[in-house]
Design a protein around this ligand. Structure first.
Ligand code: NA7
Length: 573
């Protein structure tokens, strides 16, 4: 049975290594942060639990895993024109092996590996208030002391295995999509069951169906998915992008989701029903996120506008799936786009295959998992393999599992018991010198992730050098700043339909998790905001002088700053 917990091994011993910063995680965020901070002259070491770099792209090897964000050639680091010129993407929607190969290439090209320690989990991290430093212990029994603890632990890295009765009793092969084995998994001749129809399930299901003897899909909540229309990348587009990279980069920086997608200002009510239908059809044929972002400006804010698009997609499902009963079971009924928008390659068509069965768990609930299959109220589905596409404790999960201990030894899991507040999505009060990349309250999963990682790492690097240049020992947000930020994040979300849906954006997929929208919806405005905070001398943060006996504190606020690296500013390798 799949085990999704990391297990600590050795006991801490030996000399304590000292660094300016350690970065936890060698995924998209950690790799860039290492490059950037090292270039700024900081001593940095990265610790990564996996056996390779790549983070989520290292773990998520399930069949069909692809970028569902901006697509290529735009899902990449943007800071270096060399990298943009050197790396060839094959498809518009790169698959997991291509993204992993790209990240491995970046790690080699930037000579990052010498400062990355793989197969090493952080099993404890505690802030020492006297020393103003973090004391960290690894699963290898090492102890490290650093001024800054940079958490690049991933937003979709804490795999969620639901507490279904009997889940550990299944005797066949069992895999979680977020912890897929390194070895090739064959479905040939097997009876496979997939639990879950979010992004991972929707990507994996068509691929598994092509190989398996029989596939049973256990669906609790149907979701809307839009054809990705993945295709070979147009060489002419690549040429143009490479020739105009600074302009493209500026366009990505300025766009709401960091994607080169035209954002319309037109409201759905400005068109007739026929005009809306024609536009939806055109964008459906185009594929990808165009339908969501380029149709009408109020799709995610106005219930009627949303309904018109949702009804269009429901019509497409009815049209595609031949068996009307199966089609009905696949019809979603939430506000389209308010769960992570799925993109697929032949998902609905898969249900026309003879070897695929859909089990609607709303009318036929799952009772238990047995050694030989899945039992629902109507009977047992015999299986040789079970695939858990059951998602993640998203955005906060990996941080809570890390559970760093801040002031007074209080753990983050305790601090975030009822609400996961941060300031800027980067800092947390009572956790001095802990800085997050893609933390809750930053745009994270709702912005082009590599680009977001660059912009946040740049901010973090500037902040660290601000402290270094002024001989400051610690930085930490004030509780007030944190609370105001929480309100800002919530206000942006409340102006949309997102909070009306049970989604992992809202924490609703994890029993007992606080219901709270996880991301800042400002896009470029967020990056402007954090840049302004820095320019105002890190307004909302408090500093401590480096301790040499007594402690003096200074409040962040307008002060002269010599920070030159504005978010989005270009750099060379
Ligand atoms: P998601 O989007 O959280 O989807 C998880 C799916 O698993 C979803 O359909 C859930 O149904 C289902 N699920 C979870 N627990 C159960 C139980 N107990 N019984 C039946 N079904 C269950 O995760 P993904 O991995 O697909 O996608 C996450 C992101 O990863 C995605 O955005 C990509 O960027 C990569 P529910 O909807 O809760 O009824």
């Amino acid at each position: 049975m799949v085990n999704i917990q990391q297990s600590p091994t050795a006991t801490a011993q030996g000399p304590i290594k000292q660094y300016d910063a350690i970065i936890i995680g060698a995924g998209v965020g950690g790799l860039y942060a290492l490059h950037h901070l090292r270039k700024m002259g900081f001593s940095v070491r990265v610790y990564e639990g996996a056996a390779g770099v790549g983070g989520t792209w290292w773990w998520n090897r399930y069949p069909g895993a692809r970028v569902d964000g901006p697509g290529s050639p735009f899902y990449c680091y943007t800071f270096s024109e060399d990298l943009v010129r050197e790396w060839d993407w094959a498809d518009t929607q790169p698959d997991q092996p291509s993204v992993l190969a790209y990240l491995e290439y970046v790690a080699d090209r930037l000579d990052l590996r010498r400062d990355i320690q793989l197969e090493t989990w952080i099993r404890d991290a505690r802030y020492d208030e006297e020393k103003q430093r973090w004391l960290v212990e690894t699963s290898a029994g090492e102890r490290i002391c650093c001024q800054f603890l940079i958490c690049a632990v991933g937003t979709l890295s804490a795999a969620y295995k639901p507490n279904i009765p009997g889940i550990d009793d299944f005797a066949g092969e069992c895999y979680h999509t977020g912890r897929w084995p390194q070895e090739t998994v064959s479905f040939v001749g097997k009876r496979v069951g997939v639990i879950g129809t979010g992004s991972s399930g929707v990507q994996a299901i068509p691929e598994i169906a092509r190989e398996a003897a029989h596939l049973t899909v256990f669906q609790r909540t149907p979701q809307y998915t839009i054809p990705a229309r993945n295709r070979p990348l147009d060489p002419e587009l690549v040429r143009q992008v490479r020739e105009n990279w600074p302009a493209i980069r500026a366009q990505l920086n300025a766009s709401p989701a960091g994607m080169p997608i035209e954002i319309t200002k037109r409201l759905a009510s400005e068109d007739t029903a026929e005009q809306r239908q024609a536009l939806y059809e055109e964008l459906w044929q185009k594929g990808g996120f165009h339908l969501l972002f380029s149709s009408y400006a109020d799709i995610l804010t106005d219930k009627e506008a949303n309904r018109s698009l949702a009804e269009f997609v429901r019509g497409k499902i009815r049209e595609t799936v031949r068996d009307p009963k199966t089609a009905e079971k696949l019809l979603p009924d939430y506000y389209l786009g308010t769960k992570r928008q799925l993109l697929d390659n032949g998902y609905y068509e898969t249900f026309n295959r003879d070897n695929v069965t859909l089990v609607d768990l709303r009318e036929d609930p799952m009772q238990k998992i047995t050694p030989t299959g899945v039992r629902t109220t109507t009977g047992e589905h015999q299986l040789d393999m079970l695939v858990l596409a059951t998602g993640y404790d998203a955005v906060t999960g990996a941080l809570v599992r890390l559970n760093p201990k801040g002031r007074g030894g209080v753990g983050l899991s305790e601090k975030w018991r009822t609400r996961f507040n941060t300031y800027l999505g980067i800092g947390i009060s009572d956790f001095p010198n802990l800085l997050m990349i893609h933390g809750p309250g930053s745009p994270s999963v709702l912005f082009n992730m590599p680009l977001g990682a660059e912009l946040e790492s740049t901010w973090i690097g500037d902040c660290m050098s601000y402290l270094r240049e002024r001989g400051l020992g610690a930085i930490e947000p004030t509780p007030d700043a944190e609370q105001n930020w929480d309100q800002e994040v919530a206000a942006l979300a409340n102006a949309t339909l997102y909070p009306l849906t049970d989604s992992w954006y809202m924490g609703a997929n994890i029993p007992g998790k606080p219901r709270q929208f996880c991301a800042h919806l400002g896009g470029p405005l967020y990056f402007q905001r954090i840049s302004e905070v820095a320019a105002q001398g890190y307004e909302g943060f408090v500093f401590e002088q480096k301790r040499d006996g007594g402690v003096t504190t200074a409040t962040g606020g307008p002060q002269e700053t010599d920070s030159e690296t504005a978010p989005g500013r270009s750099a060379s390798i």
